[in-house]
Design a protein around this ligand. Structure first.
Ligand code: SAM
Length: 266
């Protein structure tokens, strides 16, 4: 996973907080963190969309699969008062997430668990979301079966994920596998079939490729415009790694390979 530079040296968020004069272990607010703790494309705006679609209310039990350093989970908990279980594969991300949640005073609403979703999920949830995680998991039949079994009757699954518009070239397939940890990308039709096979009878699939293509281009340009500042804050190794990652993802979208998908399944 660490060959994907987004997931390497995740404690770099502390450099951003220090650059704003926030002392180590000082209390934090969710608003202070959202510019840095979201590993999806539109941060709070994307999570707001999930909250609305899933109709998340105070007291609901929500599962976030592939929760990263906890940005979406904290945002949902603070905004809605729901209880969020944040499941994350990588222990360094999960432990950092737990620490940031504690500093935000949200540990009573957000439970961070370290684990692989493919090992199964304890408990049942009123809403399940997963933002840009399933692209790392080729075994869709097991994944969607586990998701379905974790949902109460009537619960909705909300997914942000990659699909593909065409076959990848050998070079694109290599970049996807090595730099984005994405060994399998289904076509949009395949995606529908995988969900239907797992028993999801109602599936809505929005193609948001245009927005995500624009986002990934803007992200790369902004990162390059601020290269000097970013090196001063993080050091050249972190900046070169993220620059390469952002450029790889931008190329996969602008080359017309990747489809951005927002999916609701019940
Ligand atoms: C692009 S990040 C998105 C994180 C978070 N959803 C967000 O929007 O900020 C995807 C996350 O999924 C996690 N992940 C990948 N495979 C997983 C698995 N099998 N089980 C649990 N988490 C997984 C990765 O470790 C990574 O932190």
């Amino acid at each position: 996973m660490k060959s994907m530079k987004l997931y390497d040296r995740v404690h770099r968020i502390h450099n951003e907080l220090a650059a704003r004069g926030i002392k180590p272990d000082a209390p934090l607010t969710v608003a202070q963190l959202t510019p840095f703790d979201q590993y999806n494309y539109f941060g709070p705006a994307a999570v707001d969309e999930a909250i609305e679609v899933l109709d998340i209310k105070p007291g609901m039990r929500v599962l976030d699969i592939g929760s990263g350093i906890g940005g979406p989970a904290r945002y949902i908990a603070e905004k809605t008062g729901a209880h969020v279980t944040a499941l994350e594969l990588q222990s360094d991300l999960s432990e950092l997430a737990g620490d940031l949640t504690r500093r935000c005073g949200l540990s009573h609403l957000v439970e961070h668990r370290t684990g692989n979703v493919l090992d199964g999920i304890d408990g049942e949830y009123d809403a399940v979301l997963s933002m840009l995680c399933f692209l790392h998991i080729p075994d869709r039949s097991r994944l969607f079966e586990i998701c379905r079994n974790a949902m109460t009757p009537g619960a909705v699954l909300y997914i942000e994920d990659y699909g593909r518009h065409r076959e990848a070239t050998a070079e694109e397939a290599m970049a996807l596998a090595a730099k984005v940890q994405c060994p399998f990308v289904p076509s949009i039709d395949e995606y529908r079939h995988h969900l239907a096979d797992a028993g999801f009878g109602h599936v809505e699939l929005d193609d948001v490729t245009q927005q995500w293509t624009a986002f990934t281009a803007t992200r790369l340009a902004a990162y390059r415009d601020n290269r000097g500042r970013n090196i001063a804050v993080h050091g050249v190794d972190v900046v070169n790694g993220l620059d390469d990652f952002y450029a790889t993802v931008e190329g996969l979208f602008s080359g017309g390979l990747i489809a951005g998908l927002r999916i609701t399944a019940s």
